[in-house]
Design a protein around this ligand. Structure first.
Ligand SMILES: Cc1cc2nc3c(=O)[nH]c(=O)nc-3n(C[C@H](O)[C@H](O)[C@H](O)COP(=O)(O)O)c2cc1C
Length: 379
C-alpha cells in the first residue's frame, strides 16, 4: 500500500458495518425517480441536488447513486431529460459532503477504461476514499443512437465489460506499465498515477439482472443490485442467497446485495395510499413509462416482458423507477425496511416522490425510528 492509500473498509461507508445501509437514487436527474406531473418533484438544479446529498450526508447514508442518462423518455414531462453527467456530478458532490459514499455510474461503451480509471481516481482523492464505481452496460438504445454508437448484442456487451473492468482494475492496482490485447481494447504501456486512495482499489457495483449479468457482478464487483418486485419474502430470501452462493462457489468471492425502494409516507395509511393514487394514476406520465418498458423489452436486451405485465411494470416506473413501494405511516415504512433487511439485503437506495420535502420529513419523523429499531446499529 502506498503512503497515501488506506484500506477501503476504513474509508468507504458502503463497506461499513451498519445492519441496513441506506442511499439515495437518481438525484442527478430531473423528476428524480418518478414519472409524473407531480408538483414538488425534483427540479434539477445544482442547489437542489446538493441539498439532497447533504440531507443524506447528515444521516450518514452510505451511497449516493446517480444514473447515467443522456436523454429523457418523452411523454408529457420528459422525465430524466435534464440531468447531470455522473462523473462530474460525483466530483462536485464529493466536495459538498463529508460522510456519504459517492458513486459515479459509467456506461462501458461510452467511457474509455483509461479515462474512467483516471476520473474515478480523482473523485476518490476528492472524497478521501468514499468513491464507488457503478458499471453499467446500458439498455436504452435511443440514447446510444444519439452517440452514433451501435449497441453490442447482450452477451457481447458483457464480454466487452469483462475487458473494460480488467483494464480499470490493473490501472488502479499495478505499478508496472502493461500491454493489453483484447477483442475490444488494445492498451500500450498502460499507466495510471497517482493510485486511488482506496486499497486494494475503489469499490465497484453493478446491477446486471440477466444470468450473464449476475455472473459479471459476482465475478468482478463488490455490491450487486437486484429488484424486489413482490411481497413474497421467502422467494426473495432465496434469490439474494443465490448471489452469495454464486459469488462464493464460482468465483471464491464475497458480495453485498442491495436494492432500491420508494418511500410514500403520510400520517395515515389511507392518506399515503390516496397520495400514491394521485401521483401515479391521476398525474402519472404513462406515455413516458411505456416508452421505458418498450425499450427495455427490445429484442436486443434479451428480456421477456409479456404484454399483460407491461402495465404493472409501467406503474412501477411511474411510482419510483422500479423501487419497492413502501407505502403507509412511519411505522409501516420502518416495518417495510425491517422486512427488507431480514431477507438479506445489505443496503437499500431510497427515493421519494417529492424528493426534497419528503426526505426532510424522513429525516425528522422516520429516521429516528429507523435508528430506534436497530437498523442503523453496527453489527
Ligand atoms: C441501482 C441500479 C442502477 C442502474 N443504473 C443504470 C444507469 O445509470 N444507466 C443504465 O443504462 N442502466 C442502469 N441500470 C440498469 C442495469 O445496469 C442493467 O443494464 C440492467 O439491470 C440490465 O441488466 P442485464 O443486461 O443483465 O439484463 C441500473 C440498475 C439498477 C438496479
Amino acid at each position: 500500500m502506498k503512503p497515501q492509500q488506506k484500506d477501503r473498509r476504513e474509508t468507504n461507508p458502503a463497506l461499513g458495518h451498519r445492519k441496513l445501509k441506506l442511499g439515495t437514487f437518481q438525484t442527478n436527474l430531473d423528476s428524480g425517480c418518478v414519472m409524473s406531473d407531480l408538483d414538488g418533484r425534483l427540479e434539477l438544479t445544482w442547489p437542489n441536488t446538493v441539498t439532497l446529498a447533504q440531507l443524506a450526508d447528515a444521516m450518514d447514508f452510505e451511497a449516493l447513486v446517480p444514473v447515467a442518462r443522456w436523454r429523457g423518455f418523452g411523454g408529457a414531462t420528459d422525465p430524466q431529460g435534464p440531468g447531470f453527467e455522473t462523473y462530474t456530478w460525483a466530483a462536485g458532490i464529493a466536495g459538498a459532503t463529508k460522510n456519504s459514499g459517492v458513486i459515479s455510474t459509467s456506461h462501458v461503451a461510452l467511457n474509455h477504461p483509461i479515462i474512467a480509471a483516471k476520473q474515478c481516481t480523482v473523485i476518490d482523492h476528492i472524497s478521501g476514499g468514499r468513491f464507488t464505481l457503478n458499471i453499467v452496460n446500458g439498455w436504452n438504445y435511443p440514447e446510444m443512437d444519439m452517440f452514433g454508437t451501435a449497441m453490442l448484442g447482450h452477451e457481447e456487451r458483457y464480454a466487452c465489460a469483462d475487458e473494460w473492468v480488467t483494464i480499470v482494475k490493473r490501472l488502479w492496482t499495478q505499478d508496472e506499465k502493461f500491454d493489453f490485447d483484447g477483442k475490444y481494447y488494445r492498451i500500450r504501456g498502460g499507466y495510471l498515477q497517482p493510485k486511488p486512495i482506496q486499497s486494494p482499489h475503489p469499490v465497484i457495483m453493478n446491477a446486471g439482472a440477466s444470468e450473464r449479468g449476475r455472473h459479471f457482478a459476482c465475478q468482478h464487483c463488490d455490491l450487486v443490485f437486484t429488484n424486489i418486485r413482490s411481497h413474497d419474502l421467502a422467494t426473495h430470501t432465496a434469490h439474494i442467497g443465490a448471489y452469495h452462493t454464486l459469488a462464493r462457489e464460482a468465483y471464491g468471492r464475497e458480495v453485498k446485495v442491495w436494492s432500491n425502494a420508494t418511500v410514500i409516507q403520510a400520517e395515515t395509511e389511507k392518506e399515503a395510499r390516496d397520495f400514491y393514487h394521485y401521483y401515479v394514476h391521476e398525474k402519472g406520465d404513462w406515455v413516458a413509462a411505456r416508452n421505458v418498458i418498450d425499450t427495455m423489452a427490445a429484442e436486443m436486451n434479451k428480456r421477456d416482458y409479456p404484454e399483460a405485465q407491461r402495465k404493472a411494470m409501467s406503474e412501477m416506473m411511474i411510482s419510483g423507477w422500479g423501487g419497492f413501494p413502501l407505502i403507509g405511516t412511519k411505522e409501516q415504512v420502518v416495518d417495510g425496511l425491517l422486512a427488507l433487511s431480514k431477507i438479506g439485503l445489505d443496503g437499500l437506495l431510497l427515493s421519494f416522490p417529492r424528493y426534497i420535502e419528503d426526505m426532510r420529513r424522513f429525516r425528522d419523523v422516520t429516521y429516528p425510528l429507523v435508528k430506534q429499531v436497530g437498523l442503523r446499529d453496527e453489527v
